[in-house]
Write a protein that binds this ligand. Sequence first.
Ligand SMILES: [Zn+2]
Length: 264
Amino acid sequence: MDIDIIELSKNSAKFVLTGTNPAFANGIRRAMIADVPTLAIEYVNLNDNTSVLYDEQLGLRLALVPLTMDSDYIPQADCNCAGNGCPHCEVSLRLDVEGPKMVYSGDFISADPKVLPADEKIPLVELKDGQRVMLEAIAHVGYGRDHVRWQAGVACGYKHIPSVTAEACPKCANTTMEVPQEAVLMANAVENITEKDELKCTQCGHVRHIFELNNPALKVTHNSHSFVFSVESDGSYSSKELVLKSADIIKGRALEFSNILKDL
Ligand SMILES: [Zn+2]
């Protein structure tokens, strides 16, 4: 199995995974979305809320603020405090702001400097003169499979590597214009159409459908053992950490399964 990095930034990545099968690729995708643990606000103790938002609306917005993850925290279900809350399984963030002001995620004051909003500029509510929000938010570790607030991978997907081949065909002069410009270099003469950057083709199924209906000048096929991954993190982890965590989770489950089989 090989990985070729195409793009890599703090919160997003694009890479080609080769030498594996759809089951493993989908396992990685699902783990990034559902199984990588993150911290998110689960409970809110409201002292004052005279904003235009109901308490429940405000609570929903707070829950969806991504928080940077600290691996020292564990899920409450695994903690020795039996769900009562302790420094190992929960972190407190306070918010005390008065209008007139736009309240941003960066206004949170966290009890743990390692657990902060992943983005300081997420707008929460606009306060007019005399309005106030004062609360304590409690964040717990959880999983995306339980609630979207804990979903670390927000846009994780893959596609097979497309293979575009051009052939001369006088009947396809019109349909070739529907091929994504990023994937194929267009030309007036069909004979001069060439592949440009096949990895940027986002509509291979659409293109294949078009050309199967006509006498094809272009053929679009897929390599079923190579995958182009696009990964975006919510900021709780870097994109690289998110992929590595998901691989570790699959590895851990495989080992656990193996150990169970050995004990049978
Ligand atoms: Zn605890």
